[in-house]
Design a protein around this ligand. Sequence first.
Ligand code: SF4
Length: 427
Amino acid sequence: MQRDKKTVMITTTGCVDCYVDVKILKDYFADIYHYDVTDNYSKADIIMILGCIATQYVEDDTRALIDYITTQKREDAELVVLGCISKVRPEFTPSQERTTLPLDEIHDLLQQGDLTNPVVPYSPDSFVEADFFQAKKERKLQAFQQYAESAPKPYRNRLAAVAYQKIFEIFRHYTDFMGTKISPCSGRSALLRISLGCKNYCSYCAIKRARGQVRSKPLPQLMDQVHQILAAGYTDIVLTGTNIGDYGKDLGLDLLDLLDRLVHLEAPLRIRMRNLHPKWVIANIDEFLKLLGSGKFLFVASPIQSGNDRILKLMNRGYGAEEFLAGMREIHRRCPAVILETHVIVGFPGETEAEFEDSLRIIDEEIFDHIVINRYTERPGTKAASFMDKNPEKVIWARYKRMLLKKLVSRPLRQLKALYRLNYGSY
Ligand code: SF4
């Protein structure tokens, strides 16, 4: 008797690179094992979650999704958790002792990265379950209430606290919306994962523990994939990887080699770059400026993480704030059409109020169209987790709020223009 086809659901709480992993796994189960692939966990025989642990609050989401699916899935369905959480927080993933899946094969597939040439459209909203999302919103609210309770005196009385909460919620939703719209990826872009892993050892980072050393995709294969993406009708290509600045370092190549090939392609192409380490920008600024001058670049995201050199040293980032900002100023001056994004971590252990002010001043630079602000959260097994002079939660929240509010009122028109150009405009 023909056994009914098995059904698998694969989802992630992770980053853009995990979207590529999800696509690879969906193709693998469909092509190799002839499974049906579904987005509905109640229909699935096997549910696979690629769980993220980049920050404590994303880890909370991942664990909440695991708990949620565990209670909601069919009793006979199997739940398998992979991704960074399985490497950094295996204690929070279900045992895989009795799994029927070829896990070693799957690990190898994810470790190698996509040796196939999938066209991976960026479509963020197909992964998260509606009611799980509702639960996530409630968790965010709880996180804020904790903050409201630790807020300075005037907000202690009920009415003021509620009013304050509502205003802040509106801000949060607005920033979340802007964050999804002013991003390296939009519904018109396809993802090109050029490498996995990285060569750096940032003291706060758990991703490196999960993704390991850099493994780059050979250039000829990448160019084949680019042609497939263009043939599929996409003009926007997002170069992604754990740290794309390390692309090619394991192959005797450099990211410049790939960018040069892309710029000289006879095709209407727009390049978006995410996770570009500032060290690479500083080291290659002259050649990069020449390539940016081609007009083929739409978006560059390079995370500065702090505006203070002592904190950058503690983070083991390997550059000074001014040398990076000087490069970005030059990019902004000579290629104003390129949308620039950076990331800042607030509340890093030992960060003083004055050092935080240095990060706050990044906004005054008026270089960046978008700044992603992250609250420092301790990650297991990282060097920063052993640092003694940790900032209290309420200090971290207060700095986060200050920077968020300052960012919001800084050049709103420029933010809206970037939003329009990335999602709707004809560039
Ligand atoms: S560059 Fe630093 S933060 Fe980024 S993945 Fe590598 S170690 Fe982590």
